[in-house]
Ligand binder design. Structure first.
Ligand SMILES: [Zn+2]
Ligand SMILES: [Zn+2]
Length: 326
């Protein structure tokens, strides 16, 4: 569903595409943008990972201000295993803002805590991770959200990949039993250290062990994929990666994309995000991403470092400018 109301000029101009002329910002600028964005751009939900400082509801307006149509956010502090209960008033305000600014839950992708390791060989860490996963899924429900993205886990080199996969699937099954309908979205990894999920086949193995497969999906991070060895920089690289993903995992499991260029080279296994077009993946791969029909209507989320004059707003604008008319 397309956003209905805009808080900034950028978003208002887009509204003119939907035929609503009453807001300021309609007119010449809007038409100019319509030509630039084209049909393909209208189906692309490009946004960014936004902060929650000062209140979780503030994330919504931050996204609007940068011209985004989708966003990611953390659900709490990245430093603590135990968090205060979600404030009901804050949750209500968040939902109110989403409605007001026209964001559909399908385009909002919370990102799980970095503390979590659902594949951990250490029993205490595994148990704490399992509990945090349940807590985070419950928060998603309270916020009216139905997608939740997290890093599968790491064997820390002391158990096999298969044993790690078993633990991750067990944590997901446990969380599914404890919480209602939120879809757990596994992120592909760069293959750094002993993380699981760098290879599509590993994601497939986890999914195979999940009981309710209507509640599991994948978010493909372009930087991680490139670092893991999927050559997005090659001509036709984006299509080739999606073809392989479709064969190994299944395209219907693809719920979102993280749009990041890579500081590291192909196959380096380093998780080092770079601004769009400034890394080893390069701009032409991102042109292919934003013109790829298989990526219509899902969140396409930037997690780039940003630099002066080329922050999220400018990178979102650049990506929309790459969308072709047909
Ligand atoms: Zn991530
Ligand atoms: Zn990511």
């Amino acid at each position: 569903m397309a956003p209905k109301k805009r808080g900034t000029r950028k978003r208002k101009t887009e509204e003119t595409l939907e035929g609503d002329k009453e807001e300021e910002g309609a007119g010449d600028r809007g038409e100019e943008r319509e030509i630039k964005r084209g049909d393909r751009g209208n189906k692309k939900y490009i946004g960014a990972h936004v902060g929650i400082q000062g209140g979780i509801w503030k994330a919504v307006a931050s996204c609007t201000e940068m011209g985004g149509r989708s966003f990611a956010l953390f659900l709490g502090s990245q430093r603590s295993w135990k968090r205060p209960a979600l404030d009901q008033a804050a949750a209500a305000k968040f939902q109110e803002q989403c409605t007001l600014q026209g964001f559909d839950p399908a385009h909002i992708l919370p990102h799980g805590s970095y503390l979590m390791n659902c594949g951990s060989p250490k029993e205490d860490v595994f148990e704490k991770s399992q509990a945090l996963l349940v807590d985070e899924l419950s928060r998603c429900s309270a916020l009216g959200l139905n997608l939740y993205n997290f890093h599968p886990g790491s064997s820390l080199g002391s158990i096999t990949t298969e044993q790690c996969v078993d633990k991750i699937a067990a944590a997901i099954n446990h969380a599914h039993r404890q919480t209602p309908a939120v879809v757990t979205v596994l992120e592909n990894m760069s293959g750094q250290g002993s993380t699981v999920g760098g290879k599509f086949s590993e994601l497939r193995s986890i999914i195979d062990k999940v009981r309710d497969q209507t509640r599991v999906g994948v978010c493909l991070d372009t930087c991680h994929a490139f670092a893991a060895g999927y050559d997005l920089a090659a001509e036709g690289g984006v299509k080739a990666m999606l073809d392989e993903f479709d064969q190994v995992v299944g395209l219907h499991y693809l719920k979102a994309i993280h749009l990041n260029d890579s500081k590291g080279k192909l196959g380096c296994h380093l998780d080092r995000h770079e601004d769009i077009g400034k890394g080893h993946i390069g701009i032409s791969a991102f042109r292919d991403v934003v013109n790829e029909p298989r990526l219509d209507n899902i969140p396409l989320i930037l997690e780039t470092p940003g630099r002066p004059g080329f922050e999220y707003a400018e990178q979102i604008e650049l990506l929309y400018s790459l969308c072709e008319n047909k």
